[in-house]
Design a protein around this ligand. Sequence first.
Ligand code: 2AM
Length: 493
Amino acid sequence: MSGPVGDFGLIGLAVMGQNLILNAADNGFTVVAFNRTVSKVDHFLENEAKGKSIVGAHSIEEFCSKLKSPRRIMLLVMAGKPVDDFIETLLPHLEKGDIIIDGGNSHFPDTTRRTKYLDTKGIRFVGSGVSGGEEGARYGPSLMPGGNEEAWPFIKDVFQSIAAKSDGEPCCEWVGDEGAGHYVKMVHNGIEYGDMQLICEAYDIMKRALGMSNKEIGDVFTTWNKGVLDSFLIEITRDIMYFNDETDGQPLLEKILDSAGQKGTGKWTAINALDLGMPVTLIAESVLARCLSSIKGERTRASEKLQFVGRSTKFEGNKEQFLADLEQALYASKIISYAQGFMLMQEAAKEYKWKLNKPSIALMWRGGCIIRSVFLKDITDAYRTNPDLENLLFSDFFNKAIHTAQPGWRDVVSKTALLGIPTPCFSTALSWFDGYRTKDLPANLLQAQRDYFGAHTFKMKPEAANEKYPADTNIHVNWTGRGGNVSASTYQA
Ligand code: 2AM
């Protein structure tokens, strides 16, 4: 038998796996391929992989024996138990220092668990977010690796070679410890949910408030794709607007059932935001908007029972100005969504004790993935200029952008509210912005209410403290003159 020839091994020959192998082979690596259903290995070798630097293996033992040391093995199998099963199957055939990379859509706590477990076995584990779909995998995905950092010097060449490039820089850097790579991928997907919902709201407004045709809406997206909103999602939306059903020449979009599916990563982001107590309203709202869309039957009945009652039913005003405002509303809401996403990642880094590299995260999303955009270059620049930036909105660039966008954004949210067109994400972004920039929120009343009914206590504003109500002290007031003076320390309403 010949000695090990493989630079890189990949298990899982579904679409993503096959394309990543072809990508790595094109970049000069010899790749060893394996799959649970072994017949797929032969099929792949005889077809797509023919003539390329790709070798097959028909057992895990053969697969491992064909890889150079330290072995670099990527799993692209279904998330969950199959990943754990493959790890166990691989272990007896590995040596200390070998590297296992999970490139699937694993939930980040699983990646943290696996990193720790494999560290005890002397195996370096990496959980990597892979984004960009089939096309990305083949010609350059966005890769977000995290886990055991000792693995990075050994996989950096393969990863950065196969990744997408943005202005010549690879859209792949080391993200952080344990599940950080999969965490960042999860937030990426949450942001993707938000971006998509924002575009849907803009489409709905153009269609229903302005009565525009799909072709006209497509033209607007074409224009927007040349400005600050230049991105993959705007580009595909433009194409969708222009796409007609061959059978009758009518726009196919209008015939598609308005009931959205989801695979769960947006939901994971929203749940994690709640767990960490971070106000990631836009992603959460975009997940809930999908939920609302999916109860189509009930909405249909509601559409008969619940009428629009308002003062205006027709858009009045300058259409061109409104379209310019709409572009700004979309841009501003998008800025808020990314600001929230970065706040979440910042908090996660604190909570899970990860070092997260913010400029690199923005760079990784700059190309290859679904949310790729010109906008992410500006985010990369903002964090490169100041890696310790407390909030994206505090950078000179975005501070100016959000102020410029504000008047149009407010106009769009108010006009659509008057017309009865739902804008869950535009609206939540604006509400959040107004809350975030408010020094004194009505949470003073909330604290008073909590103390009134549950003796939960409150603190005084430092400048208003006095002898009876001192600063920095948990205070309970007998609001009614009845009842006791005992404050609640454990019970939380
Ligand atoms: P298969 O071709 O043998 O089905 C995407 O589904 C990839 O994950 C495929 O390579 C698939 O292998 C693999 N996969 C799915 N479920 C699996 C399981 N329970 N155990 C191992 N591999 C699995």
